[in-house]
Design a protein around this ligand. Structure first.
Ligand SMILES: NC(=O)c1ccc[n+]([C@@H]2O[C@H](COP(=O)([O-])OP(=O)(O)OC[C@H]3O[C@@H](n4cnc5c(N)ncnc54)[C@H](OP(=O)(O)O)[C@@H]3O)[C@@H](O)[C@H]2O)c1
Length: 251
């Protein structure tokens, strides 16, 4: 028993990579899952897959850059499964380039998705839970990165935006602790997904992996255990935690 049976989980950025993996893991563990992203065709295919496995699953369109879209996604989740008590705040992006060259619009977009988007999604969950008197049951799990603490070269906006997620996690946890809301962050090392597969296929990427102590990226299910834990009764007293899950890659 994982402890998340019957929980109502919103997974942002569920159209690929880690988000799709979180959706599969929580659905398998008996949670009702609402998957959210911009590419709704992919979400529909995922929902079909999860339902075929016997899960309660729904898709909602979401652009975390747009506050109206965040509000609409929670409205839809309320209509579909009666609200959300667990948030996998996972949507994210990267922009590669030297700091002297990166267009400021790209820099802004990375922060708009990775930092501001994470804030909007967390805040809307908290607003609704507080209003409904359900705050003590709300778990927010932000997906930061080991880049919050360790420099990924050529990714100034990504690194800065993920450091912001780590500190926002502590700030929100502190502000909402008295209401019972738990806010934690997972800081993963490299797992191959669409965000990094091109880089990992390049010579530079291969050399980087060869320098990791275990000379590998992590498997796609590497975060399952910590995510289930942070959504389960076993972590009731855990808030403001920053959890590196990185296979020792930055050591
Ligand atoms: N893979 C790794 O090694 C690694 C390591 C550390 C941290 N992370 C973090 O893990 C999270 C998931 O990344 P991933 O590896 O699974 O990469 P990915 O496969 O590229 O997935 C990123 C997801 O974010 C969604 N997204 C991007 N912009 C969005 C927006 N404006 N609104 C809503 N959704 C948006 C994308 O969906 P749509 O394009 O359909 O909207 C996609 O589902 C990210 O926050 C990433 O920074 C990944």
């Amino acid at each position: 028993m994982s402890g998340v049976q019957g929980r109502k989980v919103l997974v942002t950025g569920a159209s690929s990579g880690l988000g799709a993996q979180f959706a599969r893991t929580f659905a398998k563990a008996g949670a009702a899952v609402v998957v959210a992203a911009r590419r709704t065709d992919r979400l529909a295919a995922l929902v079909d897959e999860l339902r075929a496995g016997g899960a309660t699953a729904h898709a909602v369109a979401l652009d975390v850059e747009q506050e109206a879209s965040v509000i609409a996604a929670y409205d839809e989740a309320e209509r579909l499964i009666g609200g959300i008590d667990t948030v996998l705040n996972n949507a994210g992006m990267n922009a590669v380039g030297l700091s002297v060259e990166i267009p400021i619009e790209e820099f802004d977009k990375v922060f708009a998705v990775n930092s501001r988007g994470v804030f909007l999604v967390a805040r809307e969950a908290a607003r609704r839970a507080l209003k409904a008197g359900r705050a003590a049951d709300l778990r927010i799990i932000n997906i930061a990165s080991m880049a919050a603490f360790h420099v990924i070269p050529g990714a100034v906006a990504y690194n800065g935006s993920k450091a912001a997620v780590a500190m926002m996690t502590k700030s929100l946890a502190r502000e909402w602790a008295k209401s019972g809301i738990n806010v934690n962050a997972i800081c993963p090392g490299y797992i191959e997904t669409e965000i990094n597969s091109d880089w990992l296929a390049e010579e530079g990427g291969k050399k980087m992996v060869a320098r990791f102590p275990r000379k590998r990226v992590m498997p796609i299910d590497a975060l399952d255990g910590i995510a289930l834990y942070l959504a389960s009764p076993a972590s009731a007293s855990v808030t403001g935690g920053i959890f590196p899950i990185d296979d020792g890659q930055p050591l």
